[in-house]
Write a protein that binds this ligand. Structure first.
Ligand SMILES: C[S@@+](CC[C@H](N)C(=O)[O-])C[C@H]1O[C@@H](n2cnc3c(N)ncnc32)[C@H](O)[C@@H]1O
Length: 239
């Protein structure tokens, strides 16, 4: 029987899974609409950075919390590597599979208990997924476990705008305008209010770097995207 922490984690996971299942069919449209297509640029940057870390085309890349597979597909197109996507929400994975016509394997799985052996992948990515886990530290440990020694992790997440002028404008958009558009287009009352609330609770650039170092990653660094609205963190599992 799960302990109190375990059952709270299970409840959290159940709520998150249900929420993404309820918006799966509108997820891509809303991503592109709400970000003015900037999300595509962010995913291309992740794939470009991943390509810089790969030494061979036979490398294996895991995209965790892959959702509808946009990053998985971009990784496949830009790196030419073998890409596997995993997510625990079946309706999101079904959309991913429909887009990629068998070029990418999608496997249902929990980011906190990945269905892969230790040391399987050269690179593991997680885009807008870490924030949704009941335990960020456990998520980072699990990413590290499935990486080969010397492998790289790439975490793309919303973060804190660095520019003092951009911050209030962004906050107004993110906390007021975005939830309203999200609710109207997706029909979900909660999903697009959950988004700014979960970003607010998530570690900022320096805190996430620290958590990655505590999880054992070395050469940890980040780059701000669009003034720090999002950040790409990378780190290497030691040899
Ligand atoms: C905001 S979406 C991001 C999807 C995709 N990576 C992207 O960039 O569009 C978050 C995804 O994380 C997945 N997710 C959340 N918690 C998870 C967990 N514990 N294990 C696996 N997937 C999870 C959700 O099902 C959802 O598809």
């Amino acid at each position: 029987m799960p302990d109190e922490n375990g059952s709270a984690a299970n409840e959290h996971a159940g709520r998150v899974r249900e929420m993404f299942a309820s918006i799966a069919s509108r997820y891509d449209l809303l991503n592109h609409l709400l970000s003015g297509n900037v999300d595509k640029r962010w995913r291309r940057l992740v794939a470009t950075r991943v390509r810089e870390k790969l030494s061979s085309r036979s490398a294996r890349v895991l995209d965790v919390a892959c959702g509808t597979g946009d990053l998985s597909l971009t990784l496949f197109e830009i790196t030419g590597a073998g890409v596997v996507g995993t997510d625990f929400c079946r309706p999101m994975l079904d959309i991913a599979a429909g887009k990629t016509s068998g070029r990418i394997r999608f496997i249902e799985g929990d980011a906190l208990d990945l269905p892969f052996r230790d040391g399987t992948f050269d690179v593991a990515t997680i885009a807008f997924g870490l924030r949704n886990l009941s335990n960020v530290e456990s998520g980072l440990a699990e990413l590290s476990r499935v990486l080969k020694p010397g492998g790289w992790v790439a975490v793309l997440e919303f973060s804190r705008p660095a520019n003092a002028l951009l911050r209030p404008v962004f906050n107004l958009y993110f906390r007021k305008v975005l939830p309203w558009i999200g609710r109207v287009v997706s029909g979900s009352r909660n999903a697009y209010s959950y988004l700014p609330a979960s970003v607010q609770k998530f570690p900022d650039q320096s805190q996430l770097s620290l958590l990655m170092e505590r999880a054992g990653f070395v050469q940890v660094g980040y780059e701000n995207l669009t003034g720090g609205i999002a950040a790409l963190h990378m780190g290497r599992r030691p040899d």
